[in-house]
Design a protein around this ligand. Structure first.
Ligand SMILES: [Zn+2]
Ligand SMILES: [Zn+2]
Length: 436
């Protein structure tokens, strides 16, 4: 009986899984998005294994179930004339489907699907898998909750051991990028985003890590908006010290929040310089204290030279810079306000279980940029960071090594927890080896 109840719930969910649209006003329509598994090509066969041992196969066009019940392995094979056949555990065969079929694991959690395209290696996905004939082969699409999608995308896009605030900023940038680009592929493709660099790299459950999943949950539904649309939250690996204007990189119209500026606090080395040090386990140089106001300085033509090697297009958020900012105590709001000045943080309705919609009054994280300083709220733990730095009599005050060690010894607190996790996990490789 319980199984059938779950089946009904699952069917209802299938009916409700309408594509998200890119307008802010209807972002609450559904959480499910369609990710084309284009990295798997267009093979003749797909094999699907439901983790629960039960499968629901649903004809998307006829809106009816074609099979539901026990299944260890389902093989979908292309037939002549744009049709496909489905074999369930080699005991039951279903023929002549030209419509999209949606495969969903049902039953006891964990509910996911192990998928093998042709002779390739298998991948496991959350959500459902849709298969349909296309250009002589079979296309696979992962129909997945956007929040689950992000759990896999974020670790593919940023350093695994990046501090919490950098993970959160990256998550919001990735979520906004996904929402903004839902119409990137044509209707003919029949999916919204692909799983390659073209959209954002996505390889399913195997790529998920705890720190990123935590960041996804903590920032659930949050995106950056400018005016009434999702902002163009482009990001790159390392700007080399100076973020460049989007016009300098790609021509086109000026984007107010993608302006050129120094990546840091004036008088100090750029944030990404420290971020790079953190990633390469090299602890040298002075760590700047977080400041309440960060001046978004316009660049003079003489100041555009890189201070170190850059990597990426240098527009928008510098990921190593975000890591550097997070390491000295800035939160994700400040990181995003610094790299996308003038944007606002909004929460999509789907992320709010009950009560009033929150994006009617977006949280303002930054005022408009230009030459005046951008006002920012105090970082989560600046007092602690500064107090620790000042009280470090036995150690060199101001050095990264000293400051980080003091923070780790001080115990609880946002910064301390983030850093300890990053640097002092016993038995884990990383910077800890250089510290002790
Ligand atoms: Zn794409
Ligand atoms: Zn940078």
């Amino acid at each position: 009986m319980r199984f059938y109840t779950k089946l009904i719930v699952c069917l209802l969910l299938c009916f409700l899984s309408m594509p998200l649209c890119a307008q802010i006003s209807c972002l609450n329509a559904s959480r499910n998005i369609r990710i084309g598994l284009v990295s798997q090509g267009l093979p003749d066969t797909w094999k699907i294994e439901p983790s629960s041992g039960f499968i629901e196969i649903f004809d998307q066009n006829k809106r009816q179930s074609v099979y539901s019940g026990k299944a260890a392995e389902i093989v979908i094979t292309a037939m002549k004339g744009g049709k496909m056949k489905v074999a369930v555990d080699a005991r039951k065969s279903l023929y002549y489907f030209s419509n999209e079929l949606l495969f969903s694991a049902v039953g006891r959690p964990p509910i996911n699907l192990k998928v093998r395209a042709g002779g390739r290696k298998s991948f496991s996905y959350r959500g459902s898998i849709a298969i349909f004939p296309q250009s002589g082969g079979l296309r696979g699409v992962n129909v997945v909750d956007i929040e689950d999608y992000l759990k896999s995308v974020v670790p593919s896009e940023i350093f695994n051991r990046a501090p919490d605030a950098a993970q959160q900023a990256q998550t919001i940038a990735a979520r906004t990028y996904a929402i903004r680009n839902l119409s990137r592929h044509s209707d003919k493709d029949n999916f919204q985003l692909c799983d390659k660099v073209h959209c954002q790299v996505y390889s399913g459950i195997a790529r998920e890590i705890k720190a990123a999943s935590k960041a996804v949950i903590e920032t659930a539904g949050k995106i950056l908006i400018y005016g009434n649309s999702p902002a163009n939250t482009v990001y790159h690996s390392n700007c080399g010290g100076y973020i460049i204007d989007s016009r300098a990189a790609w021509k086109g119209a000026s984007v107010p929040y993608l302006i050129g500026h120094f990546d840091g606090i004036s008088g100090h080395k750029p944030f990404c310089y420290y971020g790079k040090l953190i990633k390469t386990n090299s602890l040298k140089g002075k760590l700047p204290a977080p400041q309440k106001k960060i001046r978004i300085a316009q660049l003079s033509s003489a100041a555009k030279a890189s201070t170190h090697k850059n990597f990426g297009h240098r527009v928008g958020m510098c990921q190593d810079g975000a890591i550097g900012m997070a390491a000295i105590g800035y939160g994700f709001r400040q990181i995003l306000a610094f790299y996308y000045p003038g944007t606002q943080l909004a929460t999509m309705r789907y992320a709010v279980p009950t009560g009033k919609p929150v994006e009617d009054r977006p949280i303002v994280v930054a005022s408009l940029p230009q030459t005046t300083p951008v006002s920012l709220a105090a970082p989560p733990n600046p007092t602690q960071v500064n107090a620790l730095r000042r009280s470090g009599k036995t150690r060199k005050p101001g050095s990264i090594k000293g400051a980080l060690r003091q923070i780790s010894e001080n115990g609880s607190g946002y910064t301390a927890v983030g850093l300890r996790k990053l640097f002092w996990t016993p038995g884990e490789p990383g910077i800890s080896r250089n510290i002790y």
